[in-house]
Design a protein around this ligand. Sequence first.
Ligand code: NAD
Length: 414
Amino acid sequence: MKNNAFIESQKQFDWAAKQLNLDKKLRTSLRYPQNFIQKRLIIRGDDGRIKTFTAFRSQYNNALGPFKGGLRFHPEETADTVRALSAWMTWKCSLTGLPLGGGKGGVVCNPKKLSEKELEKISKAYAKKFAKHFGPWTDIPAPDVYTNSQTMAWMLEAYEQSVGISAPGTFTGKPVELGGHEGRTEATGLGVVITTREAMKHVGMNPKKSTAIIQGFGNVGQYAAKHFEKLGLKIIGYSDSSGAIFNKNGIKFEDALKFKIKNKSLRKFPKAEAMSNEQLLEQNCDIFIPAALENVITEKNADKIKAKIIAEGANGPTTVKADEILYNNSIFVIPDLLCNAGGVVGSYFEWVQNNSGENWTLKKYNDELDKVLTNAFQTVVKTYETEKHINMRQAAYLVAVKRVADAMKLRGRV
Ligand code: NAD
């Protein structure tokens, strides 16, 4: 049976709460979302029939600022994956020092089986149904798995129609024309590379002599690949939901991207060995980047990973038991909270500009991203080294949970 992501997220929190000696009341309130909203979306499909979809929004905690977090369109979305992801967003915003809380949402649907028009209807129905819960000072969604800037454009339109005001800061990851920033699309992938660059310095690895394997070839995986190549790494394997490709001599990012765009999948990519996602995970490489879904590194396969660094582009790719195995095998894990935080930091920059009327250059956007993430990396490493015998995820949790707990106490919520 698949691990329950929410239970995994609670186990991670429980560990930090115990270490930080949080009292029982505070622990209980930080173990669950503040609000969990579930609704049914009803649209008319292209065939004229009515279609219904379950939709969620988990508002985990807003002690540090408005709820913030992405929206997924995925057939296997559940209330508990959304709850877990909203908890991780809370810790992520806290870890990077943003004045934002955590949230997450999702619609149970299969975008691959829906037309553009149907996706537009679902997006607009979602924004309309949840409009009273959203706003630039209340809850700010963004794109995530199988949603993108177009989804945000549709949602912004339906939201503004519902509430009768113009409020672009309600959604981030928007198209540039609607108040988005050109840096946002690449921000998560670039952030993965910034934090991995710092990790390589920390463990003493030379990027120009290192290899990487990327699991998942969507927004995060693709831009991570692009920036890893710029840093000098050789990418020797990729995968997507159709399977994996591997070539120890390297597969150029541009070639993989062109093939994926043309064929919609990486399967049958020439000049590479085809294999399963499981096999790819076991190949020799220096850095392994899970950039697809949660719970892919488990107690069953963690021992087979040969990489020296795991850079968690995806949210929640590693189970608690797998973490122990990786730690015992001296694999340096850059936890998701830190590794993929570039997305929410970039979203925060977009929100700041929407609310202040500023317009940053791409250089300023990327320089600020680098500063925030490098700083967060150094903070986590400091705790990791001071505490001893804890892993990087535990160090990140100690920093992140403490900030939220302090804010809860200052507000007198407990
Ligand atoms: P995406 O939809 O753009 O891409 C997902 C990719 O994963 C696709 O290539 C898909 O084919 C692949 N995939 C799906 N199932 C797979 C499997 N079983 N094995 C291998 N590949 C598989 O999504 P994304 O935005 O790139 O998000 C990927 C991960 O990163 C998610 O965990 C998401 O929560 C996390 N994340 C995304 C952002 C962001 O800004 N997009 C920010 C932070 C975290």
